[in-house]
Design a binder for this molecule. Structure first.
Ligand code: SF4
Length: 307
């Protein structure tokens, strides 16, 4: 593996997205190395002890927090211990949804469904008991045995989505949880990690995935992304990153999601496909697969997103 000098780009991405001023934390996080590491990373943040990462009335229960939606995402971090661990069966782009190592997101796409259980604020929550989560996944994959029949998810590995309620590229700006998971899956013979992302975090190029982590870059025409994909990496940045991530040992797929109809959408999609064709290396194209996802509508979340 060749180490890539990504420090300055990652620092500027991190400082654009995250200026942590307040950390809400469960006292139990102090018993974990990951918890201590994260607190040491933000020494100037105000620390606010909470009973549960899940119930923070001044964040999730405060209607007025919606008006500071992006500010809260930029300045607040929640740290907790994930109590019940479960891999949920899935059948679309993964076989299982892995237990969360994080939820929430610092980006602010206007259609985001990740906020559906977090009330009026959706900053990143990071779970510090990553070792227990890794051990759970290792045991769960071992219990599945080898995948005997290929399916639409993967021809040979059980695929675990590790970014269903979060964006792993953003989580990796805060802690090494994502690196630990990428490292873990490289050692599990019958399983692979997978996550969709709208952020290019070049720090991940220095991990060692050995083909056992699939990154799905989400794409839509730049025109519409500028309106709806708030605080994310530009579409060109995401397309330009594909070859580098393939070279670094990731499997890279594309998510055309969500599909948004508007006057001229078809011509814009053709232009997007052309840009991809012009940019991707033969190596990247050879391993490429894609999925197309329309938006899952949720009435009350839609109302909040409109706010
Ligand atoms: S990047 Fe994903 S998780 Fe983050 S706000 Fe956008 S849709 Fe939601």
């Amino acid at each position: 593996m060749t180490l890539v000098d990504t420090a300055s780009t990652t620092t500027s991405t991190a400082s654009r997205l995250l200026q942590i001023q307040q950390i809400y934390y469960e006292p139990a996080i102090l018993d974990y190395q990951r918890g201590k590491e994260i607190l040491a990373k933000y020494p100037d943040a105000e620390l606010i002890e909470v009973e549960s990462h899940w119930k923070i009335p001044e964040l999730n229960g405060d209607e007025t927090a919606v008006s500071k939606w992006s500010k809260v995402k930029r300045t607040v971090l929640v740290l907790g211990v994930k109590k019940s661990l479960r891999a949920t069966p899935n059948s679309r782009s993964s076989n299982f949804i892995a237990p969360s190592h994080a939820n929430g997101c610092t980006m602010a796409c206007v259609y985001c469904y990740v906020a559906r259980r977090k009330g009026y604020a959706n900053p990143i929550t990071t779970f510090v008991n990553i070792e227990r989560i890794c051990k759970y996944l290792e045991r769960h994959a071992a219990k599945q045995g080898m995948k005997l029949e290929p399916d639409q998810v993967d021809p040979k590995d059980w695929v675990y989505d590790i970014g269903c309620n979060n964006d792993c590229s953003a989580d990796a700006l805060i802690s090494d949880n994502v690196q630990d998971l990428v490292t873990l899956f490289a050692t599990i013979p019958n399983a692979k990690a997978s996550f969709a992302t709208k952020l290019v975090n070049r720090d991940l190029l220095n991990y060692d995935p050995q083909g056992k982590t699939r990154i799905r870059f989400s794409l839509m025409p730049e025109n519409i992304a500028q309106t709806v994909d708030i605080r994310t990496s530009s579409i060109s940045d995401r397309i330009n990153a594909v070859n580098d991530f393939v070279e670094a040992g990731y499997e890279v797929h594309l998510n055309f999601s969500p599909v948004v109809y508007y006057q001229g959408w078809s011509a814009d999609y053709q232009q997007l496909f052309q840009q991809i064709d012009d940019t991707l290396s033969p190596q990247a194209k050879q391993q490429l697969q894609a999925e197309i996802i329309f938006l899952t509508h949720n009435e009350s979340l839609h109302e909040r997103n409109l706010q």
